[in-house]
Design a protein around this ligand. Structure first.
Ligand code: IPE
Ligand code: IPE
Ligand code: MG
Length: 252
């Protein structure tokens, strides 16, 4: 099933964001501030994920999407990259059974071909095991880049329909790597930077943006609630006027 597009129609505007996506930034600076090695921030960052997953599930969020490793993060020092890969493996080993017990579906999106085959198999197994769970879908974006996503979708779309030009949004949508999820309602970036860093570029079209100086290892359920409260103050207009939005709400 493909979800409605925010550039084609006014989507359902939920009180609690249905889909939250997070750039979990600031692990390194959190550690450096404490005179710890950067990787200590990554360890603490992974620990924080469990609490946020639980908090989202209990607040009725349906999709939580976490940026864990970007297509540009390979350019970091080799020892930091290999530490992050080991951390990914150990987190999967530890958490998948718990997620499954809590009825959470796990998805991993990105160019997975660059990962160790053992890690690729663990990901496929975890996705298969949790595929039927419906409480919350957690997506980990790993070796993900927004430009990669659009390009891989265009390549698949044109291969499947070589002569169907000019292509439409509807034709592209099913090939995007997160076609199974509605567009994000709320985008959160921790760590103080106010940029998108090649995250979900296409899907961000009408997401509400929230930036906080809190480093990811300090981002707890109370911090999440502040972000949701900020989202609830916004008027999402999708290019329309305020009066049109009021009419639309009455009619729906
Ligand atoms: C985010 O924290 C985690 C990853 C990108 C893997 P950083 O490692 O970017 O932390 P800062 O931004 O250097 O503090
Ligand atoms: C974005 O953070 C990627 C992740 C959190 C995984 P970065 O730390 O890589 O982003 P920049 O380099 O500050 O833009
Ligand atoms: Mg960073």
């Amino acid at each position: 099933m493909t979800h409605s597009s925010s550039t084609q129609a006014i989507p359902h505007i939920p009180l609690v964001p249905r889909h939250i996506e997070v750039i979990m930034d600031g692990n390194g600076r959190w550690a450096t501030k404490r005179f710890l090695p950067r990787v200590a921030g990554h360890v603490k960052g992974v620990e924080m994920v469990r609490g946020i997953v639980e908090a989202c599930a209990s607040r009725g969020v349906e999709f939580l999407t976490l940026f864990a490793f970007s297509s540009e993060n390979w350019r970091r020092p080799a020892d930091e990259v290999s530490f992050l890969m080991k951390l990914f493996v150990s987190a999967l080993e530890r958490e998948v059974a718990k997620m499954h017990a809590n009825s959470i579906r796990l998805k991993v999106v990105g160019d997975l071909s660059r990962f160790d085959p053992k890690l690729q198999k663990m990901i496929a197994d975890a996705e298969r095991k949790t595929a039927g769970n419906t409480r919350l879908t957690v997506t980990i974006c790993a070796n993900y880049g927004g430009r990669w996503d659009v390009l891989q979708a265009v390549n698949k779309m044109t291969a499947a329909n070589p002569s169907a030009t000019p292509y439409t949004e509807e034709q592209l949508a099913p090939y995007l790597s997160m076609a199974y999820a509605p567009e994000p309602d709320l985008f959160i970036r921790t760590g103080g930077e106010q940029r998108v860093s090649n995250f979900l570029l296409w899907q961000l079209a009408y997401a509400e943006l929230y930036f906080t100086d809190t480093f990811w290892p300090d981002f707890d359920a109370a911090a999440l609630d502040l972000a949701i409260a900020s989202y609830q103050q916004r008027e999402r207009r999708f290019g329309r006027t305020s009066a049109q939005l009021v009419e639309h709400k009455k009619a729906s």
